[in-house]
Ligand binder design. Structure first.
Ligand code: EPZ
Length: 416
């Protein structure tokens, strides 16, 4: 699907099930490389980034089978220590294979992932982690070679709670001699679920959910099964959709506490939220009220919902402001929203949005995963038809955004 067509100004009604979490399952798939046996993961989303990670796992010697949403990985014959360059370039998240490969084989050969449309995306904190655990890091013909005879537990201090670097630190420390303490660790729900996943395999990690994670090195992991939680960013995207289009929807398979900050913001903007154990109900009658938001590491407002919220603010009452503190390139979608009539001014890390009653359909182009989803949200609040190009970005993280929104009453379809 490379084009999505949306006919806007239809309110949303109905109930959907939220897919498994992309940002929780990718590190779990990487962690399976640590184990010379079988790992089964349930509720795996069928998205491009998962298929890409499967391709890498097979390349390094794992045998994998994805049957519906059930993934089986046999890591008994991992033979390669190199993450193929073509994968690193197409999916930056493949960098989280370096920790488990280093822990499993003592070596990892990779390349700098490079930047993407949302930011420069350095990996200095990942490399700092590996050095702290006793590995050497060398550059040779634009390749990175990280190796260690034996990883030794250490104290690692993150100046910034990097999600990926925390994940790599956890996975590299599983077999390291002694105790590793990660100070200033990221606290996103995906980190907590990775700690639970690794402990379920037989690792010894304490402090899940806090910024201080202690990993006691062990000798062996065991066959295990685990179920991935619902994707909080996909749920947050549909929260934005009903706020922009109005109506009343229910979302099954999502944990409200994973979305706490986004739910608080949506209530301040006039949404009515009803929370249950594994389910959310959201109603929006009338235009949202403008509001000011700052993106921060968890539990702050997530940068991955910033573009989608900007689309809501574009049709909210009054003036709203967004400060983006995580990724310097994440305001790119504003240019496309302006093509729909949005009034958005950007200066450095701040966006000021003057809300319009409705937007006007037009052709727009997705530049990144969440920016593309934001354009779909904006199309729902636009008069006439909106055509969104380069939708392969959206397929990286959404199983079928057209299927989900159609089942909520939207007039939306994907085309090749
Ligand atoms: C993860 O990316 C997510 N990706 C991102 O989601 C998410 O936006 C991000 O965390 C923040 O929550 C996955 O989980 C696969 P970071 P990651 O390391 O790990 C700087 C999506 O849409 N930094 O926490 O790359 C970096 O430049 C994606 O699903 C360094 O300076 O994020 C950025 O400013 C997009 N040095 C900040 O930290 C480093 O070594 C956050 O990066 C690493 C990061």
């Amino acid at each position: 699907m490379s084009i999505i067509q949306v006919h806007g100004l239809r309110s949303l009604e109905g109930e959907i099930k939220i897919q498994g979490s992309k940002n929780a399952v990718l590190p779990m798939m990487a962690a399976a490389v640590l184990h010379k046996g079988t790992t089964v993961i349930h509720n795996v989303p069928r998205i491009q980034d998962v298929f890409c990670m499967l391709g890498i796992l097979k390349k390094i010697g794992c045998s994998c089978s994805l049957d519906g949403h059930r993934l089986t990985i046999d890591g008994s014959s991992v033979s390669e220590s190199e993450i193929p360059e073509e994968y690193i370039k197409s999916m930056r998240a493949s960098i989280i294979l370096s920790g488990p490969l280093l822990g499993r084989t003592g070596t990892v050969v990779t390349s700098f992932p490079g930047g993407c449309s949302i930011g420069e995306r350095p990996i200095d904190l990942h490399l700092m982690t590996f050095r702290a655990l006793g590995a050497g890091v060398k550059e040779k013909e634009d390749k990175l070679i990280v190796s260690a005879k034996k990883l030794k537990g250490a104290d690692i201090y993150f100046p910034f709670p990097s999600v990926g670097a925390t994940e790599n630190a956890l996975m590299a420390a599983v077999y390291a001699e002694g105790v590793t303490v990660i100070h200033g660790a990221a606290k996103e729900p995906e980190i907590k679920s990775l700690c639970c996943f690794l402990n379920n395999m037989g690792a010894r990690i304490h402090g899940a959910g806090t910024s201080r994670l202690a990993v006691t090195g062990i000798k062996q992991l065991y066959d295990s099964e685990f179920t991935v939680a619902g994707d909080r960013i996909v749920a947050g995207t549909y929260l934005a959709a009903v706020m922009a289009a109005q109506g009343s929807i229910a979302m099954k398979g999502v944990l409200p506490e994973d979305l706490r900050s986004a739910l608080r913001v949506s209530e301040k903007m006039g949404a009515e939220i009803r929370e249950y154990e594994n389910r959310l109900e959201v109603s929006m009658m009338g235009r949202p009220d403008g509001f000011d938001v700052v993106t921060e590491p968890y539990p702050g407002f997530p940068t991955d919902l910033q573009s989608q919220l900007m689309s809501v603010m574009a049709v909210s009452k009054g003036t709203s402001r967004i400060s983006e503190n995580i990724f310097e390139g994440r305001f790119k979608t504003a240019e496309e929203l302006r093509r729909l009539g949005a009034d958005i001014k950007i200066k450095d890390k701040k966006a000021v949005i003057h809300g319009q009653h409705i937007l006007r359909g037009n052709s727009v182009t997705a530049t990144d995963l969440r920016g593309g989803a934001a354009l779909v949200v904006a199309g729902l609040a636009s008069e006439g038809m909106t055509e969104i190009y380069e939708c392969h970005h959206i397929e990286r993280g959404y199983e079928d955004i057209c299927r989900d929104l159609t089942s909520l009453g939207a007039a939306i379809r994907g085309m090749e």
